[in-house]
Design a protein around this ligand. Structure first.
Ligand code: ADP
Ligand code: MG
Length: 324
């Protein structure tokens, strides 16, 4: 099967051998792969070894219209400028006649989405461990790069390694803060435990003009007020999404759901959600307070990333710093 894939993707980047499939996107397939470094690369960095495991996102060109193609190039351009432990790294970009190939840092543990499905829900401790890493990634994007991701969701948050989650951990019900302090489980970054998570998929991301950063969009003097205003709010879409992810982690289902897309849209527009009993009964008041500040329909009142990180719930335990 891997062999067939290898043949299917004519013009793969040099040294790439495709392995199993890791995931699917709208116009792409993502494969695990090995990269055999070229002699030149080995000469520069002998520590690279003979083979490196990577991920390759293969995007089918022929299904894309010209603006979608432009978006892929924008995704690549934005990713090239990013360098943070909370963000999946882009290692290389090439194209053939039929495909774009994004060689990415391999995230062997797969989607956060699958882990939620598998575990039903996360303990507060594990949720904090995961969400803080995502938040540090977002802080880097918003505050240092002027980038809005615009597609934060459990499918786009990936585990670096296959997470080892002791089965007793998510069973902290009713929620008992003392139990958390007993240190039954201390999540580790790296070896063992649940490890590191990173933000992937910059397909919808955008650079925004920002007063505080280095004005990535250039001339500001000619920008219309509605654009300036829009862009001031655009970071807040990531914060709303972060609130949805946190909600989902803690209870196992999303804050907004309905079979009918019309009803769902209405619920989101009104910000109509609840901390449904009995599922939320034993979850801390502090986490609910935090979620309330994220799922605020008024983008001006909604927490910014710095307000999020300063909230007591985030401070409850020594944060596994995303910077180390
Ligand atoms: P799309 O923009 O089409 O959603 P993504 O970049 O989100 O494409 O990739 C689709 C899926 O492929 C992801 O949800 C994930 O399951 C998997 N995937 C993406 N990047 C990686 C990676 N670096 N390592 C492992 N799996 C990945
Ligand atoms: Mg995606």
């Amino acid at each position: 099967k891997a062999k067939r894939d290898q043949n299917l993707y004519e013009g793969l980047p040099e040294g790439i051998t495709l392995g199993r499939k890791m995931g699917d996107g709208a116009f792409s397939h993502v494969f695990e792969a090995t990269l055999r470094p070229s002699p030149a690369q080995l000469a520069i960095d002998p520590t690279m070894g003979k083979q490196v495991k990577v991920a390759v996102k293969c995007v089918r060109k022929f299904e894309l219209n010209s603006s979608q193609r432009a978006n892929i190039l924008k995704e690549v351009q934005i990713m090239r400028g990013l360098n943070h432990p909370g963000i999946v790294r882009l290692l290389n970009f090439t194209e053939s006649r039929e495909h774009y190939f994004l060689t990415l840092e391999l995230m062997e543990g797969g989607e956060l989405f699958h882990q939620i499905v598998k575990l039903t829900y996360f303990s507060e401790e594990l949720s904090r461990h995961v969400i803080l890493q995502v938040a540090h990634g977002i802080r880097y994007l918003h505050e240092e790069k002027g980038v809005v991701h615009r597609d934060i969701k459990p499918e786009n948050i990936l585990f670096e390694s296959i997470p080892i989650i002791p089965s007793k951990v998510p069973k902290h019900r009713p929620y008992d803060e003392e139990k958390e302090d007993e240190g039954e489980f201390i999540p580790g970054v790296g070896g063992g435990g649940i490890g590191r998570v990173k933000i992937a998929d910059f397909g919808l991301s955008k650079i925004v003009w920002d007063q505080d950063t280095m004005t990535p969009c250039g001339t500001v003097g000619y920008t219309a007020p509605e654009i300036v205003k829009d862009e001031r709010y655009s970071k807040s879409v990531d914060m709303w999404a972060l609130g949805c992810v946190l909600y989902t982690l803690l209870c196992g289902f999303p804050p907004f759901y309905d079979e009918s897309i019309h009803v769902l849209t209405e619920k989101v527009a009104k910000g109509y959600y609840t901390f449904l009993s009995p599922w939320w009964d034993d979850i801390s008041a502090s986490s609910k307070d935090l979620i309330t500040h994220l799922l605020d329909v008024d983008p001006e009142k909604r927490y910014t990333i710095d307000e999020f990180l300063a909230h007591p719930w985030c401070k409850a335990k020594p944060a596994p710093s995303a910077v180390t």
